[in-house]
Design a protein around this ligand. Structure first.
Ligand code: GUN
Length: 281
């Protein structure tokens, strides 16, 4: 019998705890925790993510600073704005929602965010520190997954973990966190041969591919822990993950649902990162 890794419930609990910490910070420092969220253009998925991030700020008592910029903004104008925002002492964390429009070099923009305000954990310095297992701001989705596993007392030590997907946002930092958690980790991607056989070895399978129901029951070992990072639409337009949940679930010991699994945890970790940044400011 499988157990659901309920990211929605855990998020609620964690946000309640954070609310207390944020209120204490505000009282002691006589200052709000401040998070800037910068959205360029009209990508509908990004608009939803940003709205949810701002809503979460309100829930936990963080002051949000939202910047909505036109799709055709010049790269230099965006850079000027980011430079101004990162200098604001009331803003402890700065996030530029990705993807950015094609005419803008995202690396160049992200490089303007100093390590201690990089609440996404995307900067070279934070990624480097994560590799070295040093104190740093950690990318929110992988961090949320580790928290979800820990909440059920699932140890990663000595487990064979397979991460499918090698993005800078999820796959790579996820692999690092699992290595730091003493798992034996393999990262698979679109060019991997024999993906099915490889996935069948996994005690912990992290699906971060971006393809609806890509992980099927024949790719999952009996008793595996399956974590689904995907957020896709199926053939009927219904929200679904990268895992074929209905057919996979009975093989699992634990599985995350979509929605209500990894998604809420990502935003909760962002709130914790903003608090982390404020505490260290
Ligand atoms: N786009 C998709 N996921 C993320 C995220 O975690 N942070 C940012 N900034 N953009 C994203």
């Amino acid at each position: 019998m499988y157990k659901i890794l309920d990211g929605k419930a855990l998020s609620l609990e964690k946000r309640e705890n954070l609310k207390v910490l944020v209120a204490k910070y505000e009282k002691e420092r006589n200052q709000r925790v401040g998070l800037a969220v910068i959205l360029v253009g009209n990508n509908p998925a990004s608009q939803v993510y940003v709205r949810n991030k701002i809503k979460a700020c309100e829930e936990v008592g963080i002051k949000s600073y939202a910047y909505y910029l036109p799709e055709d903004i010049k790269e230099s104008d965006l850079c000027d704005l980011v430079k101004e925002v990162v200098e604001n002492p009331a803003i402890h964390g700065v996030l530029v929602q990705l993807p950015l429009p094609k005419h803008i070099n995202a690396d160049k923009v992200l490089a303007l965010i100093p390590r201690k305000k990089d609440v996404d954990g995307f900067s070279e310095e934070n990624i480097g520190r994560l590799c070295m297992n040093e104190d740093c701001l950690v990318a929110c989705t992988p961090n949320g997954i580790m928290s979800l596993l820990a909440s059920e007392g699932i140890s990663t030590m000595g487990k064979k973990a397979v991460v499918v997907g090698r993005s800078n946002i999820v796959g790579k930092p996820m692999a690092m966190l699992l290595i730091n958690g003493d798992a034996t980790v393999t990262v698979y991607h679109s060019k991997t041969k024999n993906l099915k056989e490889e996935c069948l070895q996994a005690d912990i399978l992290i699906a971060a591919i971006g393809k609806a129901k890509f992980i099927t029951a024949d790719m999952v070992k009996e008793g595996a822990i399956v974590v689904d990072v995907g957020m896709n639409r199926d053939e009927n337009g219904k929200l679904c993950g990268d895992v074929d949940f209905e057919n996979v679930k009975d093989k699992c010991s634990y599985i995350t649902p979509v929605p209500g699994g990894v998604g809420p945890m990502t935003i909760t970790m962002l709130m914790f990162n903003a608090y982390w940044a404020a505490i260290r400011s």
